[in-house]
Ligand binder design. Structure first.
Ligand code: 5RP
Length: 244
């Protein structure tokens, strides 16, 4: 697939394609970000036309949007299962050469993700992992042969220095995410700080994921390894589907 910068049209197509999977009676995990926002709007439209669903938002942003478009909300502890979660990503491993539609999950890690660009990855991982089916919506700019972006860590605030030391020991370069509209750091919906940790191209995301998860003070990291069931890649002309 041609890898170009993402357009809103590409995001819209991916989001709407995923929203079309939502069936009557579904409990749906509502991810965070500009691509998922298209899915949430499309689900809202379907609700207006009679579809009965309940949504579980993964952030303040997705909750607000869901309320705005009229999606009835519930919470994870009020349901026995989540049928589908739809969410975006900052990087998606995609080694498809365009010749096949259905891929086996390969050693290359197709479908593995880095998330957390919106600082919502803790709640996103909880909801996405709880779903029977987890669908990622992306534009081509998100596709990579290998994960290499900074890995966001949600960190208990006063643990940020000890976590940063531990990240350096693992070969990473941590940096506290700064807020754009206020002095000081980004604070997540749950009151944590975000450390963006650069490791360069990741040789073994699964191993790194388990090392990061074991650092005291790390609430959650943004590596999603082996969790994705499908990726919908929107473009200006259509949507390519990857099933794993
Ligand atoms: O992980 C996320 C938020 O924590 C988002 O899903 C990710 O940043 C993608 O966002 P967008 O669709 O706006 O590019």
């Amino acid at each position: 697939m041609k890898r170009t910068g993402g357009s809103d049209e590409a995001k819209r197509r991916a989001g709407e394609r995923a929203a079309a999977e939502v069936e009557d009676g579904f409990v749906v995990g509502l991810g965070t970000g500009s691509t998922t926002a298209h899915a949430i709007r499309a689900i809202g439209e379907a609700v207006e036309n009679g579809l009965e669903v309940r949504g579980i938002p993964t952030s303040f942003q997705s909750r607000q949007l869901a309320l705005e478009v009229g999606i009835p909300l519930t919470s994870l502890d009020a349901v026995s299962s989540v049928d589908l979660a739809i969410d975006g990503a900052d990087q998606v491993v995609d080694t498809d050469d365009g010749t096949e539609q259905v891929l086996e999950r390969s050693d290359a890690g197709d479908g593995d993700l880095i998330k957390g660009g919106g600082a919502a990855h803790t709640r996103e991982k909880i909801v996405d992992a709880a779903a029977d089916r987890f669908v990622v919506v992306a534009d081509p700019s998100k596709l990579v042969d290998r994960l290499s972006g900074p890995v966001p860590l949600a960190v208990v605030p006063d643990a940020h220095t000890v976590v940063a030391d531990a990240v350096r020991e693992l070969g990473g370069e941590p940096s506290i995410r700064a807020a754009e509209c206020k002095d000081g750091p980004v604070v997540t919906d749950a009151g944590n700080l975000v450390l963006d940790c650069s490791f360069g191209p990741l040789e073994d995301p699964e191993h790194l994921a388990s090392r990061l998860a074991s650092i005291p003070g790390v609430v959650e990291h943004g590596l999603f390894v082996g969790r994705t069931d499908a990726t919908y890649v929107g473009s200006e002309s259509g949507v390519e589907v990857r099933e794993y």
